[in-house]
Design a protein around this ligand. Sequence first.
Ligand SMILES: Cc1cc2nc3c(=O)[nH]c(=O)nc-3n(C[C@H](O)[C@H](O)[C@H](O)COP(=O)(O)OP(=O)(O)OC[C@H]3O[C@@H](n4cnc5c(N)ncnc54)[C@H](O)[C@@H]3O)c2cc1C
Length: 337
Amino acid sequence: MRQITIAGGGLAGLSLGVALRRADVPVVLHEAGRYPRHKVCGEFINGVGEETLSNLGIANLFSKAILSQETHWFIGNRHMFAGRLERPAIGVSRNWLDLKLAGMFEDLGGTLHTGSRQKELRQEGVVWAAGRRGKRKSKWLGLKIHVENLQDLQGLEMHMGRSGYVGLAPVEEGRVNVCGLFRLQHYGGRGAEMLWNCLTANGLKRLSVRLQEAGPDPSSFTAVSALGFGGQPGNDGLLALGDAESMIPPFTGNGMSMAFEAAETALESLRQYSEGIASWEKVVRDVRRGLKARFRRRLHMARILHPFLLTHTGRAFLSGATRSGLLPFKALSRTLR
Ligand SMILES: Cc1cc2nc3c(=O)[nH]c(=O)nc-3n(C[C@H](O)[C@H](O)[C@H](O)COP(=O)(O)OP(=O)(O)OC[C@H]3O[C@@H](n4cnc5c(N)ncnc54)[C@H](O)[C@@H]3O)c2cc1C
């Protein structure tokens, strides 16, 4: 069988590697970093289907995962809305999940090279799953930290500030992940301090105090900038999957699901290539078509809604719509998955 080489050991690359190994395809995976490692991520998976996880052969990893069906939204200090998600969201840290997937991949006979940063190779048999491309003029800053002892969490919490939002999600070992996306500016401070400053500057001082009292774990702090949402540029001739192909705005909690779904979409074509049944050109064409059909609607909807969370007018509209009961939350949560 022909070998598949995967660049990028995040969720798209690792889950694809596991699924290909289950089909006896020889796989070599290169990951620039090392496991375990914290990543800027809200760490709740919204909308992923049991069938997708089963098709990839990774469903058992989630058998004891924390499930949240309730979501509570706040503007500043005001509780604005409580709703139920169509499907329960899965709370799991990337520190744990990526490590487990990497172990599973190796146990199945996959070859994993960590600390191995690859150059983009437009070459037969190479899958590019190396995450989003850095966007130099991006206006976004992503920050995340775990807190160890937050007693009063209400399901999945979403807090909207003046120029950004922050989500709270329960993950394993009683921890709560805190992850925000804010307009990039100088907030001052380093590490966790920057996050507290950022919350205060966004009108979320009470939340900042609540989190500081809840035992933050400084070693879990991570930050990222240079974020660009939507279809990623420069993928001509590449078989790109996950964020490397397109990145949905984080408020949807759907990016991890999309990484798994992208791997699922590519699986059968790559298996056929490995067996010599399909040409690489056909694989690239079919997978791209499949991804477009699967993700177009939710990417479009998320792009329209994202500014509502980040502008004063947008938030005022949202607040009015929820108070008058006009927010079509069920329909939205169905579209964004
Ligand atoms: C602020 C923020 C909050 C988010 N919150 C959520 C959420 O709550 N729920 C959700 O579902 N999604 C969320 N997401 C999105 C989610 O994190 C991504 O969609 C998901 O990680 C995509 O998986 P991936 O495998 O495509 O990319 P990644 O997980 O980014 O993996 C890419 C991997 O490739 C490696 N790599 C990079 N370059 C190279 C190279 N040249 N060679 C080899 N390896 C390389 C990286 O080290 C990395 O491990 C959030 C994103 C942000 C920015």
